[in-house]
Write a protein that binds this ligand. Structure first.
Ligand SMILES: [Zn+2]
Length: 286
């Protein structure tokens, strides 16, 4: 694994409780070089995140992504959890019963939504997305984590190369955004209530997964096979990354939760190393 500065904040693909192996070594962002020692897969050849480059990408006619039950309200109120690494939302079923699912793109099979979490910039330290596009880094990256339905649970899916699918939605801060995303706003406004690790807060609104997608252009994506971005770095993730960002108000992200969440979760400005690809990856672009 090649690690480069500068660094940015926060990643983590799955809530700590999903990785619930009590014997697993502790990890944090202060010394990511230790990750390989404790988790050898973190030095693998298919590690994420990467820079997505139009020049090095292979244009291909993949099927469009299809979303089911993304517009259905999720059952009950969502709980935002500070799990010590990120702000994570475990997703319930929808009020109709089934979970939201995705198919198409680079996926074979049906993947059902499990959780949502965020990657932010650090105060004074820079932007926070994990993936970059043509070397450009966005302010925030939202991950919606899905599990292949043929596997019983996330733990099992993490052991399989086709186990997980993650959608990455980019957000940039704007002074005068043209759109308003009420669902994201409610999530952001809840962040200050989970400043301490192992705390949680209820989001006082009924949300659907479409609230997290906003009006992102889901026809335009990069897709590639990669990994969890934090230990155990399992190479089990099919990524679909939407390069056109949502624009949100500067007040909402910077003044309010942005500073809090980085201070809280990471303790200093240097939060996360971008992991460079070890080789030129063939990435398909729809
Ligand atoms: Zn993530």
């Amino acid at each position: 694994m090649v690690l480069k500065k500068p660094l940015f904040f926060l990643l983590h693909l799955l809530a700590a409780r999903q990785i619930a192996d009590q014997s697993a070594p502790e990890w944090d962002y202060r010394d990511t070089n230790r990750w390989i020692a404790d988790y050898p897969t973190c030095g693998g050849a298919q590690q994420s995140p990467i820079n997505l480059d139009h020049y090095n990408s292979v244009g291909s006619l993949k099927p469009a992504l299809k979303f089911r039950n993304y517009a259905q309200p999720l059952a009950g109120r969502l709980t935002l959890v500070n799990n010590g690494h990120t702000a994570d939302i475990m997703l319930p079923e929808t009020i109709r019963g089934p979970r939201p699912t995705i198919t198409g793109g680079l996926l074979n099979g049906i993947y059902e939504a499990q959780s949502v979490h965020f990657h932010w910039g650090s105060p004074g330290g820079g932007r926070g997305s994990e993936h970059t596009v043509n070397g450009y880094r966005y302010d925030v990256e939202v991950h919606i984590v899905h599990k292949n339905m043929i596997y019983g649970n996330v733990q099992e899916a993490m052991q399989r190369p086709d186990g997980l699918a993650v959608l990455a939605i980019m957000i940039n801060i704007a002074d005068f955004p043209q759109s308003f995303y009420p669902g994201l706003n409610r999530v952001f406004n809840t962040l200050p209530r989970v400043r301490a690790a192992e705390t949680n807060a209820t989001i006082n609104s009924q949300l659907s997964l479409n609230h997290f997608l906003g009006d992102v252009d889901t026809r335009n994506f990069f897709a590639y096979r990669g990994s969890l971005t934090t230990p155990p770095c399992s190479e089990a993730v099919t990524w679909h990354v939407f390069p056109r960002p949502l624009l949100v108000s500067r007040d909402l992200v910077i003044i309010h939760p942005h500073n809090h969440i980085c201070i809280l979760f990471i303790f200093d400005a240097d939060c996360k190393l971008l992991r460079a690809p070890t080789e030129k990856r063939r990435v398909s672009m729809e």
